[in-house]
Design a protein around this ligand. Structure first.
Ligand code: NAP
Length: 120
């Protein structure tokens, strides 16, 4: 009970992979609403980015979230994970195996506790 109370009250830096997606956008909004410094790992915007993704980028930035732009490349992922306390992945279904890179990066970064990691 005490542990649960502390987990609710603690403000952790949360990194969300897939935060611009169908499920991820609700995860991002919940994280921000609970007052957690919220980071979104997202592929870079470019000329082919959809208007809805650009709008989400603007909306989440104005809500205080920080975008970390990168491809799903190991070194970039490790660098992002080193900045946070908790990792949540809501990557698209075809990227499920890419999540293995995230798990490896978590091991190398070594600052994330396993209980602070969520994968869908
Ligand atoms: N949708 C549902 O109804 C539903 C229901 C139950 C479970 N799930 C599970 O929840 C998870 C997320 O599903 P979702 O529907 O929310 O996913 P989604 O909207 O299709 O995609 C989530 C995010 O994944 C990133 N992504 C997409 N393609 C990528 C690529 N080629 N390389 C790197 N990143 C890529 C994108 O982020 P960026 O563009 O920002 O990089 C995208 O916003 C999946 O595991 C799914 O099986 C979904």
């Amino acid at each position: 009970m005490e542990v649960q109370r502390r987990m609710v009250n603690e403000k952790s830096r949360i990194l969300i992979f897939g935060g611009t997606g169908y499920i991820g956008k609700y995860t991002v909004k919940a994280s921000i609403a609970l007052g957690h410094p919220t980071f979104i790992y997202s592929r870079p915007l470019n000329a082919e980015s959809s208007p809805s993704k650009i709008q989400l980028f603007q909306e989440f930035t104005s809500m205080g979230a920080t975008f970390i732009h990168g491809e799903l490349e190991y070194d970039q992922i490790v660098a992002a994970i080193k900045k946070v306390d908790i990792v949540i992945s809501t990557l698209a279904y075809p990227q499920v195996l890419d999540q293995l890179k995230i798990i490896d990066a978590i091991k190398v970064a070594s600052n994330i506790k396993v209980r602070n990691t969520f994968f869908l």
